[in-house]
Design a protein around this ligand. Structure first.
Ligand code: BDR
Ligand code: CA
Length: 305
């Protein structure tokens, strides 16, 4: 059983990533921390709290973190995820409260208490992770691995150069990539292959109560067609932890552009190491059929509960 701590900004695809974790008996979710990203922190936190109960995540602590980027003005993606962050899905109001404290403390304390055991999965802007690294550099040694959804070596989505999670806090992303660990990076290069097609959507429909989240969320997120549909980016990071063999990964030196007028937030990726140590293991392809079998298998287990 792998222990994971998920830092997120739900967010439609964050919700689908949490659902994948919740439906995977091989994962032990030790905590969910939130960050302002797709929508404001109050909303990402409220969504995480509602998802914990809807997805049957038990007593997993949900701890709020950073509201905004380290340095620059806030960027949001409400136009993609809807005003609340979950499209037009309205989840039952949660009964249990938020945990006290701050996400950055939670991350440091959890990793300190179990060195080498917990995989950090970050699927929002990297503000909390960067602050944890600055407050306690040993989190880099204590984490079993850091797996992120973010960046790309070929393109952006928020603009031609930058992927949203990187653009939302480029300084934080730069700190995280420079921290001394080998970041497992699931970027747009692979996540844009994990599309909710009509076939995938049809496999989500019979999943009982869970389908009331999955189907409208996916439909809100993008137009579903036989050839393509919305990408559920964040689920790729959880899928990687569950089965890394689904992805081809290549070591690289990744630097995050923090100053470019047109390229701020770009992950400048050099696969030619020239003797340097790789600070990232970058996913370059995904077994799409294997990915959906894994994801829909987990959703099926959760839907049958
Ligand atoms: C990433 O940005 C957010 O909008 C999504 O939740 C995902 O984490 C995709 O670029
Ligand atoms: Ca996200």
């Amino acid at each position: 059983m792998k222990k994971v701590l998920i830092d997120c900004d739900p967010g439609i695809d964050d919700a689908l990533a949490l659902a994948l974790a919740a439906g995977s008996p091989d994962l032990d979710v030790v905590g969910v921390t939130t960050v302002g990203g797709n929508v404001d922190l109050e909303l990402t936190t409220a969504n995480a709290l509602a998802l914990r109960e809807f997805l049957d995540l038990g007593d997993v602590p949900v701890t709020p973190g950073s509201a905004g980027a380290l340095l620059h003005r806030t960027v949001r993606a409400g136009h993609v995820h809807g005003a609340t962050g979950l499209g037009d899905v309205v989840l039952p109001a949660p009964v249990r409260p938020l945990s006290d404290g701050h996400a950055v403390d939670f991350i440091m304390d959890a990793l300190r208490a179990a060195p080498g055991e917990i995989t950090l999965i970050a699927v929002g802007p990297l503000t909390n992770i960067a602050l944890a690294v600055r407050r306690e550099p040993r989190v880099v040694e204590w984490a079993r691995e850091l797996v992120i959804m973010g960046g790309s070596y070929t393109r952006g989505n928020h603009n031609p150069a930058a992927e949203f999670n990187m653009l939302a806090d480029p300084e934080a992303a730069a700190i995280v990539f420079e921290a001394g660990w080998q970041v497992r990076q699931l970027g747009l290069d692979v996540t844009l292959s994990a599309l909710v097609t009509t076939d995938v959507l049809d496999r989500m429909r019979p999943l009982g109560r869970l389908s009331e989240l999955l189907v409208p969320a996916a439909q809100f997120y993008g137009v579903v067609t036989a050839e393509g549909g919305p990408a559920i980016h964040d689920a790729c990071a959880v899928a990687y932890v569950l089965d890394p063999s689904l992805f081809t990964c290549v070591p690289a030196v990744v630097n995050v552009e923090t100053m470019g007028t047109y390229t701020r937030g770009m992950t400048v990726t050099d696969f030619n190491l020239r003797g340097r140590e790789a600070n990232a293991l970058v996913a370059t392809s995904v077994d799409v059929k294997g990915f959906w079998d894994l994801v829909l298998g987990a959703y099926g287990r959760l839907g049958r509960r």
